[in-house]
Design a protein around this ligand. Sequence first.
Ligand code: GLS
Length: 827
Amino acid sequence: MTTQTRSASSRKAPATSKALQQKILHHLHTTQGTYPEKASALAWWEATAAAINEFVMAGLTDTQKTHSRYDTRAVNYLSMEFLMGRLLSNNLHNLHLFETTDKALAALGQNLTDILEQEPDMALGNGGLGRLAACFLDSLATLNYPAVGYGIHYEHGLFEQHFRNGRQIERPDDWREYGNPWEVCRPESVQQIKLYGYVETVYEDGRARKVWHPGRNIKAVPWDIPVVGYNGANVNILRLWESRATDFFDWDVFNAGGYVDAQIEQAEAEAISKVLYPNDETEAGKELRLIQQYFFSAASLADIVRRYQRAHGDDWTQFPKLVAIQLNDTHPAVAIPELMRILIDDKDMDWNHAWQLCHQVFSYTNHTLLPEALEKWDLHLFEKVLPRHLELIYEINHHFLTEEVEQKWPGDDGVKSRLSIIEEGARRMVRMGHLSVIGSHRVNGVAEVHSELVKSDLFPDFHALWPHKLTNVTNGITPRRWLKACNPRLAELIDRHASKDWPVRLDKLQKLTDLADDARFQNAFMKIKHENKEELADVIKALTGIEVDPGAIFDIQIKRLHEYKRQHLNLLHILALYRRLLENPDHDMVPRVFIFGAKAAPGYRLAKDIIFAINKVADRINNDERVGGKLKVVMLPNYRVSLAEKMIPAADVSEQISTAGKEASGTGNMKLALNGALTIGTLDGANIEIAEEAGEDNVFIFGLTVDEVKALNSRGYNPYDYYLNDAELKAVVDWLDTDYFTPGQPGALSSIKHSLLDGGDPFLVLADFRSYAEAQLKVDARYRDRKAWARSAIINTATMGKFNSDRSIQDYVDRIWKLKPYPRDNA
Ligand code: GLS
């Protein structure tokens, strides 16, 4: 990506390029111990990061002083995942140091764009949920809200994806292998975490007390990553916990010759923060996963309580005034009984007082309706790992059922069993969703339609009980990373035609709608899109060897691979186009490149088969001269944040084709539309709100609605009804059963056909196929009318203001967190 076109900053850089040059050289010498003629690209990156860190750390210190001086109320955002991506480019943009650094490095004979490529992605998340957490941290800092992100310092983030003969191969991701210049270890804030063991009841002064005798102690070591707000705003922290053994190394065993045994405890303890579970929206169901959840929740709570008590001692009256805790999904739900344990067992508080505090501080975000993603823990497992917490959960449940539920529905056992935290059955389970709703004062979904479904389908009884508890906060994305930094040409065009403060006031892009019909603006807008496509074409060539024509429509589907997201619907349509071209080489269509990026959970067979199918179909089509260059298919390996930053600015079409009612929100849909892609999508998640903002004329909506999906399912869906009545659909589904795409291996792609027919097609791919194919014809027709396309693309960019994550954060602040902004002193 060229750097000369970076948009002019609206605020002055805090250093000249000369001064920065000196700093970089200084760090090259003194922290890297090398010199320009010898330094590797990695050393230049480290030295540049160290130079920039001087500004970051100064901002962090000022922010922390300000927070402590005003004793600020803060939100503590507990999340198992933070998908931060790379930090250097983002920090440079947020500090208005991008151009200065570019110049400084150029004067040193270095290229900033190449240096930025040295940074490994911080991939401590799976997909949307983790990236949302990262966008929220950016917005919280930008808006000067006191906030701490709490998560896990995974040694290995999301696996690296490679393809071997078209199949996904996973390799560990070693993002910190050579250190991480952004993080600071804080040994002074280490916490001890207890696990296993048993609970004893002791009687003191006629009172029963519970004493937990843990079977294991683990050390939680915090690493702080500064989060730099835009425009020199606050610098907050993301605190990530790493697990270590309490007794690091058993000298006695070692000396007695047990070299390996001496390290067992260490290995077991370190396993907790070793890997991120690579499941998106599926429950891992593993003891280790439960321990991970408790480990980081308990460490974070201990830290929150420690910070509070440092200022307020045993005066708990201020606690709910100063502390808000957001549970990002149910993963940290065990924080609720943990806070009860701290207050009751450690601080000697009575139940009602403790529960009152608890309930005031917690709130919970639901991110999915998929049943397999709604966490439930086997009660016996829970009891083994967290015996005291299970007792506390029983007690929370007892109070809830006998006081609240009984009062509302006297004598109704049916409602009690539906609402109980404990699910009865052959295997008794602890329902983490119920615990989260009961322990929180607010619960939110992540897009309008999703929040309505949370009320009506997921938690209807809770909604009847507490009509004001459930609310909506539509997701958002940070325009700093997802437009200003990743699409500098478009950012600069916007700087010139809308107001310069659009990176913080994204609603101001609306002004561009006035230019949607202006031929010169259209040309400028489409020229940028074309240049971005040329750059992506280079990336595609470099990563896959495939040559694509930037004049073709770039049609992009990037997201985790999951049946509900329906990459296979996209694939069936590609097969239909291929077939049309084979039947009639003159078939008239605008050349199209279908580009995918997706990782599949390693244990999700069908998802991996779909990746294989896409790769095999791509091989065949890309090497078939008969299609005359009208159709190409590309699956880019190792989709991640930094690759998304290259793909999104180059997209013409954004594929958002989930089964209605399944995608809670989506955020890739927002990023692509903001960068001028036209959505082809179902009325699902935030697509609905995108269509409202952009206008139905500027998106291509198809398929069954949420209500139609429900109606079809309750009538009894039979995929054969569609398969047998649509010759083209039947032909492409059957094609998957031949060896056309896998020569010599008939049946290699049959699992997809099987899932669509005998497997019952749970995500209604066949039901939506025809309407999808028709919508794709409209895409083709619109693209032929260059002016109409440009107009729609501009309107998409212009109308995405609502999806600024600053707006989401402001909604959280107004409806849930009630924070006040505190710009740092000395800013
Ligand atoms: C997810 C949803 O699937 C997405 O629709 C949503 O945009 C995201 C953030 O709210 O959360 N839930 C989940 O478990 N993973 C997600 O990406």
